[in-house]
Design a protein. Sequence first.
Length: 486
Amino acid sequence: MVALNDQDMLPTIIQGGMGVSVSGWQLARSVSQTGELGVVSGTALDVVCARRLMMGDPGGHVRQALAAFPIPAMARRVMKRYYIHGGKAADEPFRAVPRFTVTPPVALQELTVVGAFCEVWLAKQEHSGPVGINFLRKIEIPLPFGLLGAMLADVDYILIGAGNPAEIPAVLRALAQCEDVEFGVRTQGLRSVDAPVSVRCSPAELLDDAGRDLALPRFLAIVASLDLAAGLARDPSTRPFGFIVEGPSAGGHNAPPRGPRRVDELGQPVYDERDTVDLDGMAALGLPFWLAGGYGTPAGLTQARAAGAQGIQVGTAFAYSQESGLADSLKRQVLGKVLAGTLDVRSDWRASPTGFPFRVIQLEGTVSDPEIAAARKAVCDLGALRTPFIKANGDIDYRCPAEPLAVYTRKGGRAQNAEGRQCLCNALMAAADFPQQRPDGSTEPAIVTSGDDFQAVLAVASSGSDGGPYPARAVVDYLRAGLTAG
Ligand SMILES: Cc1cc2nc3c(=O)[nH]c(=O)nc-3n(C[C@H](O)[C@H](O)[C@H](O)COP(=O)(O)O)c2cc1C
């Protein structure tokens, strides 16, 4: 373990970022109140913030955060655009939020900054501990705006996975000094002779206050290989504060296997020894690290510490806590199956438009049910997973393999690549209890992602009175037993 003095006290347990809105501010706040690190999900916070306001902001939390936003005129503009007093009617659709392009309208930049600010600000209330925010490197275009909003709320840790986050330390340094960021955006079809594609984030223009100095958060890179970690650590300009080493049993998106592409009889990716990260090598890098993916038990914590890690990052055990943002009915459905021993979690290589394996719980009434998936009409109205490409005339357009097939293929996408893809944007919004209503009267169905290690869930849920969702603190207490085991 890396030796640090008291003021640098590091958490032993990190509650992992879980998108969309599964790790919202309520969960992160509860975990941080225990002295460990609570992490909010930074995914699609523009849409989450707008939808909370359109639901009338029950409890008034978003309005409380907006009142603390340092640029009151911007907060007022967001309120004016999205707040519905008393909330929209349950069967009325949410109003659209514009989709990101590399030249996002100022109103969308503002909504993204404000959304991230609110989430972190709320997570930081009623305690003095640190709070983190998690982003997916793959969702590139909104990233600098989300980082800026989180830093305005004085976020302590930034955690980024699902891609190589080499540019992030430099981006954080620039934003902290209120300097403009030109954030490179990977674009299909771009030739080496073409001008690079990027999105510009100008804190000075957005915040109307070029002199503002923001605190630099600690950056934790989420990696699945020693090669990536060593490459980032080698160069001072890419070196993170530390690492989360995530194995393939974690929830959400997983790194694909490193060996040749192989699937089992259910179509799940097959991992082998090439995917096991060399922990001695990680320790030798000299930066703090935490282990994630199936380490969420007292024994997992003991094992991680014995391997030289500071501790563990845990997701699944917190996803079914009272404070998580997963719809209550889904939590109860999953917990019922866990207690009955009938839960089935699959790693699906087709579902996510990103092409990364995505772990999905097989659950009635959700997209994992083939009938529900087949009946779903593709509507790409959130577009978080669209990627830019260069059209024949040199312009930039955007496509997602889960958008309507005819549209995707018209844009040059291959039909084969669209097979089995699910609109995760809408399904994850539905799982977080923000389902969109469709003009034909239907409601977007949910998808539930999860890790596949349910030991902690079983232990904590069965010790509660009704086998239902439990307080997040109970998970922390359960895990901390691993600190004294020996
Ligand atoms: C519901 C759910 C959603 C997740 N979403 C994300 C995400 O958006 N970004 C991310 O980096 N990790 C995500 N994860 C991974 C967690 O942050 C964490 O690393 C992982 O769950 C740890 O493994 P465990 O589930 O076995 O404890 C998610 C996990 C779960 C269970």
